[in-house]
Design a protein around this ligand. Structure first.
Ligand code: ADP
Ligand code: MG
Length: 321
């Protein structure tokens, strides 16, 4: 039998990377912030049956649990430093733990983010990570910083994760190749950390697209007390979604969640700088809307004609979910 402490030692304790002054093993970890930097902190919890299907591949789950947290740092323009892991497990299954930690640490190492502590308990499968990052004072990409006249930008492509989910739920069918391409967006999202860092000092406001662009952009609009018009046909639909009809393309690119791209705003004078920032990190950036004084989010087609789309972000507590 694997004891709680053996489990932690075997699967989660690794040689220190020097990011933490004191890592796993004491009552608290100790972090020494770089001189003059602010600490960006965010938590995200993944619950079996809610955020992932029962029986989910543990390696993918390890990746996604950290990816969604790193995505929050990316959306703030913060550099990852460290994270904690609170884990509820139904059983101490060696094979599961080994794959989960491999997926987790592969992504952690790619971003130089050190696991510095956590908690482990028996219970229904639940993964809660808290990430710590650094950002120079005044440079964080806050939701309340959009300004009237700003362009609205979207990174990468959106909608394929939602398409894969719809297929998994039996709502539509995809070929095996299409499903495998779209499902990689759903199961192993790429947090846009380098892009967030490159946008520091150029973009005004940013958010990561976890619940769908319309809903997530809505948070920027609300916090910044502005509105926006979005050209739905200009949105960068994922390669699989791009082959579908306009109605599905519009719905899933405007409101599909789980792609973990960034939506951000920047002044029109920064267009060249935004394109250069995207090119410098190898991520496409697409301009798809404009921030306006009138509150609310309006949609148009590519010709500028108003579209009457009723879309909103995913809400865990709304009546029909
Ligand atoms: P405490 O009882 O003081 O909360 P624990 O006995 O729960 O401490 O944990 C012992 C050490 O192992 C602590 O440093 C804690 O941060 C770390 N730890 C526990 N679970 C995990 C985990 N899943 N991943 C990383 N570190 C963990
Ligand atoms: Mg504890």
């Amino acid at each position: 039998m694997l004891s709680e402490f053996d489990l932690i030692k075997q699967y989660f304790v690794r040689p220190a990377t020097g990011k933490a002054t004191l890592g796993i093993g004491d009552d608290c970890a100790l972090l020494t912030p770089s001189p003059g930097m602010q600490t960006a902190i965010s938590s995200d919890m993944l619950v079996e049956g809610r955020h992932f299907f029962a029986g989910e591949d543990p390696r993918r789950l390890g990746h996604k649990s950290l990816a969604v947290n790193l995505s929050d740092l990316a959306a703030m323009g913060a550099r990852p430093v460290a994270f904690t892991l609170a884990l509820a497990l139904p059983a101490a299954d060696r094979e599961w733990l080994s794959s989960f930690s491999a997926g987790l640490f592969a992504l952690a190492d790619a971003h130089g983010c050190e696991l510095i502590g956590g908690d482990t308990t028996k219970g229904p499968l639940n993964v809660c990570i808290t990430v710590f990052g650094e950002v120079p004072p005044g440079r964080a990409l806050r939701r309340d910083a959009a300004q009237v006249g700003d362009d609205v930008w979207v990174s990468g492509t959106v909608g394929d994760a939602r398409l894969a989910l719809a297929c998994c739920l039996g709502q539509l069918s995809l070929s095996a190749d299409e499903l495998s391409a779209a499902a990689s967006r759903l199961h192993t999202p790429t947090p846009r950390v380098d892009l967030g860092l490159a946008l520091q000092g150029i973009a005004h406001a940013a958010i990561d697209i976890s619940d769908g662009l319309a809903g997530d952009l809505g948070h920027i609009l609300e916090r910044s007390r502005v509105g926006a018009t979005l050209n739905v046909d200009a949105l960068p639909a994922g390669p699989v979604l791009a082959t579908r009809d306009a109605a599905l393309r519009r719905a899933f690119s405007a409101a599909g969640g789980d792609d973990y791209e960034l939506c951000f705003t920047a002044p029109a004078s920064a267009r060249d700088a935004i394109l250069a920032a995207g090119a410098s990190v190898g991520v496409a950036v697409t301009r798809a809307g404009v921030i306006e004084a009138a509150p609310g989010l309006r949609f148009t087609d590519s010709g500028g004609a108003p579209l009457n789309l009723h879309l909103s972000g995913f809400d865990h507590f709304s009546a029909d979910q």
